[in-house]
Design a protein around this ligand. Structure first.
Ligand code: SF4
Length: 128
């Protein structure tokens, strides 16, 4: 049975936005991924820390390509008023549904609606 663990803390949207090359999570076989959930899609692995140096993985074309696709997928997010609350969607959901890191985030509209609702409720409460 596979056990997952964190290799580093998450960088989320900001990391993608700044194109910071960090390996975020991995499995117990040494495979590193953008997020722990990606272990179900082995093709998304950045590399294997038991077989490769961290430096080689971080500087690999695969990491660069994945980071660029994540960045491209968050094009609308960089202009979105909710980005600090939302974090730019979920790369795993984008990939799971479309097999692309730069696919649309299916819950984008729902999140915007939710954030607008919360904001209205907060301001309403402050004026009550
Ligand atoms: S609400 Fe939509 S556009 Fe805004 S940050 Fe989230 S996923 Fe991106």
């Amino acid at each position: 049975m596979s056990k997952t663990y964190l290799l580093t803390g998450g960088t989320g949207f900001l990391g993608s936005l700044l194109s910071i090359k960090l390996i975020k999570k991995g499995d117990n076989l040494g495979n590193a991924f953008l997020c722990t959930k990606f272990h179900v899609y082995p093709e998304t692995g950045y590399g294997n820390i038991l077989k490769q140096s961290l430096e080689n993985i971080l500087n690999s074309q695969k990491v660069e390509t994945i980071n660029q696709e994540v960045y491209d997928g968050q094009h609308e997010c960089r202009k979105c008023q909710w980005v600090n609350s939302c974090g730019g969607g979920c790369s795993f959901i984008r990939y799971a549904l479309h097999k692309k890191f730069n696919a649309p985030f299916m819950y984008c509209g729902a999140r915007k609606t939710l954030f607008q609702h919360i904001r209205k409720r907060i301001f309403k409460k402050e004026t009550d």
